[in-house]
Ligand binder design. Structure first.
Ligand SMILES: Nc1ncnc2c1ncn2[C@@H]1O[C@H](COP(=O)(O)OP(=O)(O)O)[C@@H](O)[C@H]1O
Ligand SMILES: [Mg+2]
Length: 490
């Protein structure tokens, strides 16, 4: 096939895949593209809901229906999801598998139909791509081959987002949570999503609170990408990374000759963010003398360049973030109270990882495992049960960032398919309350003779140490000779 004819859904949606937009937006962009490629009147992407096994449409392909949910095996799409076979029908109403209920509810008249499975790289079925009513003639074998190719690209896009399925846990896709790049379905995160969606649809100034590594930067980007300003720039200024003297010119720009070395006029970040969003990270570190200037901008959207004469205007939305105790800073006089109020028109608190529950830790760990296995071309496909329990028992003072680093290094160290507890380098001495029995992955029935448990345990430890007896003895807390004897005696 010549290059220009190659269907590429990813080409047109790659930009959306890479940004934290809402899942519905992403899916709709993919389906729209396929629909155009195949000259179909309607297109639907059904995903298998990992929780229930239902096929669920999330795309407003049928403006009449918000969501279509088909039980396993129901309709042509259900047949495709169950058998993995593609179905091509010149007249859907003539086929016994066709489910008339949807046409009846919408008034849309289905004629020709093409439905193909969406498979991930392991071959597991994640959903069904369905096209209705080819504009001219009926769907051809060529259309079918093309659809399968497009479905593979859709699957690839899904794997790059939070819509990916847990490794090894077929079938399905996680549909919870509205954003494609933000993982987590705990009540704490659900509440945050609601506030994020509300904030994204307004121009209000947003203050993000929360410990370091909780995802504030990610969330600021998601709000921008889902706001009216998404086509404009998102400019990130880290107030802590800049030497105090430079912050002012960095933010507001300077005129030529404003200070020694200012040999040309330089626009500031406010000007660069024109039409978009300015993200002021670590806003608690903004020096007092600049707080007044920021306040002025928040009041009337004007500012002055350093050394400049006269006010300039900028159409910029401000999102700021801090892990600092701003209230205490206000009380101590280090922070202007009026600025504090202006910044927190909408205040969103991002929960620390330890308050998000074991399920979010699992989802995040699996997500990062997939991301880093792909990036480092490693074999790890899934988390072992003991590894998961160790992760869930950690307090994670560094939050998601710390978990992400932990999984990345484990993935690099792991040469097997299953990432095991021994691949994790977790802070020693702080394993949290791991019940003893939980660490025994094999799971011995009550009453197993001690000798048998012991030798089994020794063998597994030895295996984990790749047969290195000194290392195994050290881990087991016994001498090398004792280890040798126990192995001999067996
Ligand atoms: N809910 C989440 N889902 C997926 N990745 C996350 C989530 N929260 C944080 N991360 C990732 O963790 C890292 C730290 O997040 P970041 O936004 O920089 O934290 P903060 O700005 O609060 O210090 C980033 O790589 C980010 O992508
Ligand atoms: Mg940050």
């Amino acid at each position: 096939m010549p290059e220009r004819d190659r269907p590429s859904v990813l080409h047109s949606v790659a930009d959306l895949v890479g940004r934290p937009v809402t899942k519905d937006q992403l899916l709709k962009a993919m389906v729209d593209r396929v629909k155009a490629d195949l000259q179909a009147e309607r297109g639907t992407l059904y995903l298998i809901d990992a929780e229930t096994g239902d096929l669920v449409s999330r795309v407003a392909h049928l403006p009449e229906l918000k969501e279509i949910r088909l039980g396993p095996g129901k309709g042509v799409a259900g047949y495709v999801a169950q058998t993995g076979e593609s179905v091509r029908l010149p007249d859907a109403h003539q086929d016994a598998r066709f489910f008339r209920g949807i046409d009846e509810r919408t008034g849309f008249v289905t004629r020709s139909m093409l439905a193909v499975p969406v498979r991930d790289r392991t071959g597991a079925i994640r959903g069904v791509l369905q096209m209705l009513n080819r504009r001219s003639g009926e769907f051809t074998a060529e259309d079918e081959a093309r659809s399968l190719e497009l479905a593979a690209q859709v699957a690839e896009a899904l794997e790059l987002t939070s819509l990916r399925a847990a490794a090894g846990q077929a079938p399905g896709v996680f549909l919870d949570g509205p954003f494609n790049h933000i993982i987590g379905e705990s009540p704490a995160m659900q509440a945050l999503y609601e506030r994020m969606l509300a904030a994204a649809s307004t121009e209000a100034t947003v203050l993000l609170r929360g410990e370091s590594g909780t995802g504030k930067t990610l969330i600021a980007r998601a709000i921008h990408d889902n706001s009216e300003r998404h086509a404009g720039p998102l400019v990130h200024v880290d107030c802590v990374a800049l030497p105090a003297g430079l912050i002012e010119s960095e933010l507001f720009g300077h005129e030529r000759g404003a200070f020694t070395g200012a040999d040309q006029r330089v626009p500031g970040k406010f000007e660069r963010a024109e039409g978009g969003t300015l993200f002021l990270d670590e806003i608690g570190d903004l020096p007092l003398q600049l707080q007044g200037k920021l306040l002025r901008f928040l009041q009337d959207h004007t500012f002055e360049r350093l050394g400049g004469r006269g006010a300039l205007e900028a159409d910029v939305r401000i999102i700021s973030a801090t892990h600092a105790d701003l209230e205490a800073a206000v009380e101590s006089g280090a922070y202007r109270r009026d600025l504090y109020y202006r910044l927190r028109v909408v205040e969103l608190t991002v929960p620390p990882l330890r308050e998000r529950g074991p399920r979010d830790i699992e989802l995040l760990a699996e997500h990062f495992l997939g991301v880093y296995a792909r990036r480092h071309r490693r074999s790890a496909r899934a988390l072992g049960p003991a590894a998961l329990r160790r992760l869930q028992a950690q307090p994670w003072p560094g939050n998601v960032r710390e978990l992400e680093h932990c999984i990345e290094s484990a993935v690099v160290l792991c040469r097997e398919d299953i990432l095991d507890a021994r691949h994790l380098s977790l802070p020693a001495g702080a394993p949290g309350p791991v019940p003893v029995a939980d660490d025994i992955e094999a799971g011995y029935p009550v009453g197993t003779p001690l000798g048998q448990v012991e030798i089994d345990h020794i063998r597994r430890t030895l295996e984990a140490c790749k047969g290195n007896r000194s290392e195994a003895a050290k881990l087991l807390g016994i001498g090398r000779n004792t280890l040798a004897r126990k192995l001999r005696d067996e």
